[in-house]
Design a protein around this ligand. Structure first.
Ligand SMILES: [Zn+2]
Length: 82
């Protein structure tokens, strides 16, 4: 393997252990829910999901599951203001 790439892989491992370096800004995730697929959006620290529960409560099992997966790397419980 290319020596410079080995150095980059070592640096990547250090970065991956320092999650506080990363701030997610925008992403969209599709989840295959138990009954239906849902689309979760995250934008500038705010969550949105297309499920009915999220619309009424501003939080749902889908967004909470992603909060768990991302474990402290994203803001929790905030909703997108339209
Ligand atoms: Zn949802």
């Amino acid at each position: 393997m290319d020596y410079s790439l080995i150095g980059k892989i070592e640096k990547a491992k250090r970065y991956a252990e320092e999650k506080e370096r990363f701030q997610f800004q925008n992403f969209t995730v599709k989840i295959n829910g138990t009954n239906n697929p849902h689309t979760i959006r995250y934008k500038n620290g705010k969550w949105d999901c297309d499920c009915d529960f999220f619309r009424s409560r501003g939080r749902c099992s889908h967004t909470m599951a992603l909060e768990m997966i991302l474990d402290g790397m994203v803001e929790e419980t905030q909703t997108v203001e339209n």
